[in-house]
Design a protein around this ligand. Structure first.
Ligand SMILES: Nc1ncnc2c1ncn2[C@@H]1O[C@H](COP(=O)(O)OP(=O)(O)O)[C@@H](O)[C@H]1O
Ligand SMILES: [Mg+2]
Length: 120
């Protein structure tokens, strides 16, 4: 499993080495740079180049790290309790999985893009 850049994506040697180190070590890679320098596109190219599924988590100024794991939907649960729904007794019915959870749970290797992390 080796990333080399593609026909549509020019990757420098340094970038290729960094990407392959991250893939091999299964560690995150933090990519910094000016807008339009190909950071988002890199994740797409790595995924398509290695034939892996990509999970995309777009960060907004209001995003919290916790949301990557899961969110608890208290409003739905309150509504169900008022309607006397049986499902209200199981908290699992109100856990909304986040992108990190999805990535950890995936049976195969995936590329997780945490995009614009500096906005948080
Ligand atoms: N290394 C590259 N090789 C080919 N095209 C690139 C490269 N870097 C950027 N581009 C082009 O620039 C566009 C913007 O890149 P993008 O990944 O959205 O930038 P960023 O996420 O860093 O702001 C991409 O759609 C792509 O067409
Ligand atoms: Mg981008």
């Amino acid at each position: 499993m080796k990333f080399t850049g593609t026909q549509d994506y020019v990757a420098t040697d340094d970038l290729t080495i960094a990407v392959n180190a991250a893939v091999t070590l299964e560690r995150p890679l933090l990519v910094k740079g000016e807008p339009g320098t190909g950071k988002t596109e890199l994740a797409r190219q790595v995924a398509s180049g290695l034939g892996l599924r990509m999970i995309e988590w777009n960060i907004k100024s209001t995003t919290k790290a916790q949301q990557g794991l899961y969110e608890y939907d208290a409003v739905s649960r309150l509504r169900d309790s008022q309607l006397g729904e049986e499902r209200v007794h199981d908290v699992a019915n109100y856990i909304r999985k986040g992108k990190l959870w999805e990535a950890f749970e995936a049976g195969e290797k995936v590329v997780l893009l945490i995009d614009e992390i500096d906005k948080a």
